[in-house]
Design a protein around this ligand. Structure first.
Ligand SMILES: CC[C@H](C(=O)O)C(=O)SCCNC(=O)CCNC(=O)[C@H](O)C(C)(C)COP(=O)(O)OP(=O)(O)OC[C@H]1O[C@@H](n2cnc3c(N)ncnc32)[C@H](O)[C@@H]1OP(=O)(O)O
Length: 304
């Protein structure tokens, strides 16, 4: 095939892959069309806290911080809305490679703000809030960026569910993940149970949910919920620097290649085999003969 023909073919495959990812996200979004507007108004009525996003252009790492320290970083209604906006910003960050999700002030997140929960403690509002958060966390997990939850202190209820919407979970030695839902007369509703089963298997998920077990770093590693334990001195900057250091082994290289890796893993994880293989071919077409590929070929590397 001529150089021009190969380039055209690549362009068509790129468009096809992009269409597929957008379709995936539209499917996730469509679950909330309709009820979404009324729940947005209700969530807006519970302000407090913020979701901060810092994009480091040089490293390609973004840091998403759940911040509501007076309530152990519980999610107010406005924070749920803000999270959706931050995820949208990350979906279009073409130069990005990774995102770290952390909590402010040395703790991760204590779930939904119980004040808001009490005010919408009826099945209709609960279902709408649950759909809204499921949609946002599904989009977070499907980002073409490698994601990591950095768990310092407690990740409870919805906070534990948030950790499962990331590719990796790192914990400091004081970290605890606990699905406290059963103690609240609930089950996870933000997609946390479905994701937990895929991460640790159904036997372990059943134990964690039915026992509302506290997962400390050792237990987490043993179960496969925690990927790494950071033994570093306290202090936000220090912990974050260690987390970035750990992440760096996975994000060396240009952003389009890292994003392509994440895309084939998402499709492998979520799609039936035939569709996953098709997506893999399409994503492959976006990097084959691309700048990083040509550069590597020119260097004649040996992978010793
Ligand atoms: C069940 C699922 C559901 C969902 O999917 O939507 C949820 O996520 S419901 C929320 C589940 N989380 C909880 O039930 C957390 C309850 N809180 C605690 O267990 C403790 O507060 C704890 C362990 C987080 C921290 O304990 P500690 O002794 O260190 O501090 P305080 O208890 O004094 O907490 C400080 C301050 O924060 C407020 N706080 C903590 N978590 C929440 C929350 N989720 N919503 C609202 N407010 C929260 C706590 O009330 C204290 O405020 P104060 O004004 O001083 O009373």
């Amino acid at each position: 095939m001529s150089v021009c023909g190969a380039a055209r073919c690549r362009l068509i495959q790129t468009r096809s892959a992009v269409r597929r990812i957008l379709q995936q996200n539209r499917t996730a979004c469509s679950h909330t069309n309709g009820p979404a507007e009324s729940i947005r108004e209700k969530l807006q009525a519970f302000p407090g806290g913020s979701i901060e996003l810092q994009k480091q252009q040089e490293s390609g790492i973004a840091v998403l911080t759940v911040s509501n320290p007076a309530r152990m970083n519980a999610f107010s209604g406005s924070m749920m809305l803000e999270l959706e906006q931050r995820v949208l910003e990350l979906e279009t960050w073409t130069e990005g490679k990774a995102v770290i999700v952390q909590g402010a002030a040395g703790t991760f997140c204590s779930g939904s703000d119980l004040n808001a929960v009490r005010a919408i403690a009826n099945p209709h509002d609960g279902m709408q809030m649950c759909e809204f958060m499921q949609n946002t966390l599904t989009r977070l997990l499907r980002l073409p960026l490698i994601s990591m939850a950095l768990v310092e202190g407690r990740a409870l209820g919805g906070g534990a569910e948030l950790t499962t919407a990331c590719d990796f979970r790192l914990m400091t030695s004081d970290g605890v993940i606990q699905f406290v839902h059963k103690h609240m007369g609930l089950v996870p509703g933000w997609g946390g149970a479905a994701r937990l089963v895929r991460i640790v298997g159904s036997q372990n998920a059943l134990k964690l949910l039915s026992g509302a077990k506290k997962v400390d770093p050792d237990f987490g590693k043993q179960m496969g919920l925690v990927d790494e334990v950071l033994h570093c001195s306290s202090g936000e900057g220090d912990t974050l620097a260690h987390a970035e250091q750990w992440l760096s082994q996975f994000i060396k290289g240009p952003a389009p290649v890292i994003q392509a890796v994440k895309k084939v893993v998402i499709s492998g994880r979520e799609l039936p085999l035939e569709q996953a293989l098709e997506t893999e071919r399409n994503v492959f077409g976006t990097v084959w003969g691309g700048p990083a590929n040509l550069e590597a070929l020119a260097l004649k590397p040996k992978h010793k």
